[in-house]
Design a protein around this ligand. Structure first.
Ligand code: NDP
Length: 314
């Protein structure tokens, strides 16, 4: 049987958005409770080095940065729980959420910071080098810098892949773009990639295996899906840009999502969703910027909006 717990502010998810919301909500005495989710710390825990978050002049590893953010949220007594919210009911003025630890939580305000997950190909070799931090990445802006003056491969042909390939082309000597059919990106983005000298586009080409020495990536074995010809490409970095999936499925019956599953802001410039008292921060509502610093910024906005909502109710 579940026990009911009443809270002022429930934060669902624990990336930079969630921790920043927690720091602000806790300092405003909202006694926030956070469920960290399946991947405590979020996407940054799969990033090696974060060099573009202000305040870390020498850079910091993604996991380390999340430990620091967690410590900062705890310093102000955020109740941080390892676990996740399985189900919600946002039909009433009290927002009901059920956690995997059996608790039924009745929250006056909810901050959704469940983020998004990068899609990967799912190849064993890709996952191996991703986990080793040995040259597989789903974020060119985060990791491209480590491949300066090197050759890289990028998979995908949507707007993200084009944007990332172009970004990488400024840092790397050569970018090979693997397009399995044709471009899905907008014409302007695809044209820009096509016109960039050091980007080679291989159409009808799919990845068979990410190659390496057991620690670091050193190439990619690909196949032409029309001719079935295989060949190897030399590369020290393997970038995957085949889309992201926002982690919003449990909210879909109550919260308005766009056609790709991202949460829609009810009022631009705020963190408000279509449900009063439910706010969103970070990548769950952002398919454009997706940076730790922008997620942290919207986490702050969500906590301030939640605080004002509670104050107006009193
Ligand atoms: P998209 O879903 O638009 O594109 C995904 C790409 O990945 C497609 O080329 C797809 O190929 C390819 N792909 C998917 N699975 C595989 C696979 N297993 N192997 C090889 N290739 C694969 O995702 P994006 O992240 O690019 O964009 C998402 C949304 O965000 C879009 O609406 C986009 O316009 C928008 N966006 C806008 C930007 C901007 O305007 N600045 C920047 C970034 C994104 P296939 O076609 O063969 O399925």
């Amino acid at each position: 049987m579940s026990s009911i717990e009443k809270v002022h502010c429930l934060i669902i998810g624990s990336g930079p958005a969630g921790y920043t919301a927690a720091i602000y909500a806790a300092r405003a005495d909202m006694k926030p409770v956070m469920y960290q989710g399946l991947q405590p710390g979020g996407q940054l825990t799969t990033t090696n080095e974060v060099e573009n978050f202000p305040g870390y002049p020498n850079g910091i590893s993604g996991p380390e940065m999340m430990v620091e953010l967690e410590a900062q949220a705890k310093r102000f007594d955020t109740d941080i729980r390892f676990g996740f919210i399985e189900k919600v009911d946002f039909s009433g003025s009290i927002h009901k959420c059920w956690a995997d630890d059996g608790k039924e939580i009745h929250a006056e305000t909810v901050i959704i910071s469940t983020g998004a997950s990068a899609k990967y190909l799912g190849l064993e070799s890709e996952q191996k080098y991703l986990k080793l931090g040995g040259g597989v990445s789903a974020c060119a802006v985060c990791d491209g810098f480590f491949y300066r003056n090197q050759e890289v491969v990028i998979v995908g042909a949507g707007d993200s892949a084009c944007e990332e390939a172009h970004y990488l082309s400024k840092l790397c000597t050569k970018v090979t773009m693997l397009v399995r059919k044709n471009f899905r990106a907008s014409k302007i983005m695809a044209d820009r990639v096509k016109k960039t000298e050091n980007i080679e586009i291989l159409y009808n080409t799919e990845t068979l295996e990410v190659l390496g020495d057991g620690q670091l990536v050193n190439g990619v074995r690909v196949i032409n899906n029309k001719t079935n010809e295989e060949h190897e490409i030399s590369a020290t970095g393997f970038f995957v840009a085949i889309g992201h999936e926002p982690n919003t499925a449990i909210f879909k019956d109550y919260i308005e999502l766009d056609e790709t599953g991202y949460i829609k802001y009810a009022q631009p410039g705020t963190s408000k969703t279509n449900v009063q008292g439910v706010f969103v921060a970070g990548d769950a509502a952002d398919k454009t910027y997706r940076q730790a610093i922008t997620a942290a910024g919207t986490g702050c906005i969500a906590a301030l909006d939640a605080e004002r909502y509670l104050a107006a109710k009193e």
